[in-house]
Design a protein around this ligand. Structure first.
Ligand SMILES: NC(=O)c1ccc[n+]([C@@H]2O[C@H](COP(=O)([O-])OP(=O)(O)OC[C@H]3O[C@@H](n4cnc5c(N)ncnc54)[C@H](O)[C@@H]3O)[C@@H](O)[C@H]2O)c1
Length: 329
């Protein structure tokens, strides 16, 4: 992606901190910022990420291997930064059902620590990785709009929502400007396929490359607004650049299209040359929502966002990336 076409020289020389910078989405934000000439610091405790995700572009990046629960390390990493892109979190719904206390500690207290460090450092804006899981299962089916009441269904969703509310509170009480990019099923190169809690596209890629039938939880007719990672990066950069005060506003980040898990399976099976394989079906998992589709009007209108990469284009790039890079455990 040529990020200068979309973001010019706005970030040239701008000191930025990316929390969770060794992770999937964080590493793509780091990559874009490096290309745009920003001065980048990344902090990550490597519980889910790997500095190898920055190979090829991360040489000039200050890499801090520490936790956002360590307030001293965070204060040092945040000092002098203009923008903070807060991506660090524990990210799996089913794991959060097993370890709710750990999820609250890392995702909620970690976020409060990031806000406090940003406040002390006089940061211009914190952009926070929110999650569509905050919506849960609303009573009316259809696109999720930011004005809907949140009805989270899992500890993970609650922790991500608490982080959103903290963003809002810190803006209102302390004048630290914040914005929330509420992601809908982000996928792409470098998403971890080897974790026991891998997201669906990564898990399917791993199964298919190992010659196995992927596992689908439920009947497969549940749907998601699968969003290629460059679209999420674009939304983050737009949110950081916005001239208006954002005051903790939430922006859905997605493509605005619904794809069922069965359709995803068929498309990936064709691309991996496994068109004859049937998936295995298991019962639905606790905490999973049935349908997830975004209304992206607000992000369009206020941030000027448009998805840069379609689901089909992104899926083809992702399948190719796993073919070239995935080392099976
Ligand atoms: N991938 C998605 O579809 C999706 C959807 C909604 C929201 N999000 C949010 O986006 C963000 C990035 O997710 P991702 O998919 O890139 O996952 P990821 O696991 O690849 O990235 C998260 C990073 O945070 C790091 N981390 C975890 N705990 C930490 C701690 N205590 N201190 C420092 N670093 C820590 C991990 O090591 C990892 O590198 C998360 O906040 C996640 O909740 C992701």
């Amino acid at each position: 992606m040529d990020w200068t076409t979309h973001h010019g020289d706005f970030f040239k020389g701008a000191p930025c901190l990316v929390t969770g910078g060794a992770g999937f989405i964080g590493s793509h934000i780091v990559e874009a910022l490096v290309q745009l000439g920003a001065e980048v610091t990344a902090i990550d405790d490597l519980s889910g990420g790997d500095w190898a995700n920055l190979d090829g572009f991360g040489d000039g990046v200050e890499q801090v291997t520490d936790s956002i629960l360590n307030t001293d390390a965070l204060a040092t990493a945040t000092a002098g930064r203009r923008f903070v892109f807060h991506q660090a979190a524990l990210g799996s719904v089913p794991r959060s059902v097993k370890e709710p206390v750990l999820y609250h500690r890392v995702n909620v207290m970690g976020t409060v620590n990031v806000l406090e460090a940003a406040r002390a450092a006089g940061v211009e804006r914190v952009v926070y990785a929110g999650s569509s899981s905050a919506y849960g299962d609303p009573p009316v089916d259809g696109p999720k709009v930011e004005t809907m009441i949140a009805r989270p269904l899992s500890p993970y969703a609650v922790t991500k929502l608490a982080g959103e509310y903290d963003m809002r509170a810190w803006s209102h009480c302390y004048g630290l400007d914040t914005a929330i990019t509420r992601y809908f099923n982000i996928f792409g190169p470098r998403q971890n396929a080897n974790s026991a809690y891998a997201a669906v596209i990564a898990a399917f890629a791993k199964a298919m490359m190992g010659g196995q039938a992927p596992l689908i939880f439920g009947d497969g007719e549940q749907s998601r607004d699968f969003t290629f990672v460059h679209n999420a990066v674009h939304a983050n950069l737009l949110a950081a650049r916005c001239r208006e005060k954002l005051g903790g506003e939430v922006f859905n980040v997605a493509c605005g299209d619904r794809v069922s898990v069965n359709t995803l399976f068929k498309s990936m099976a064709e691309q991996y040359g496994m068109g004859d394989v049937q998936p295995q079906y298991d019962p639905p998992r606790a905490g999973d929502v049935r349908h997830s589709l975004a209304d992206i009007s607000k992000c369009r209108e206020i941030l000027g966002y448009e998805p840069l990469v379609s689901f089909e284009q992104g899926l083809a790039q992702t399948v190719d990336w796993y073919k070239d890079n995935l080392v099976l455990d």
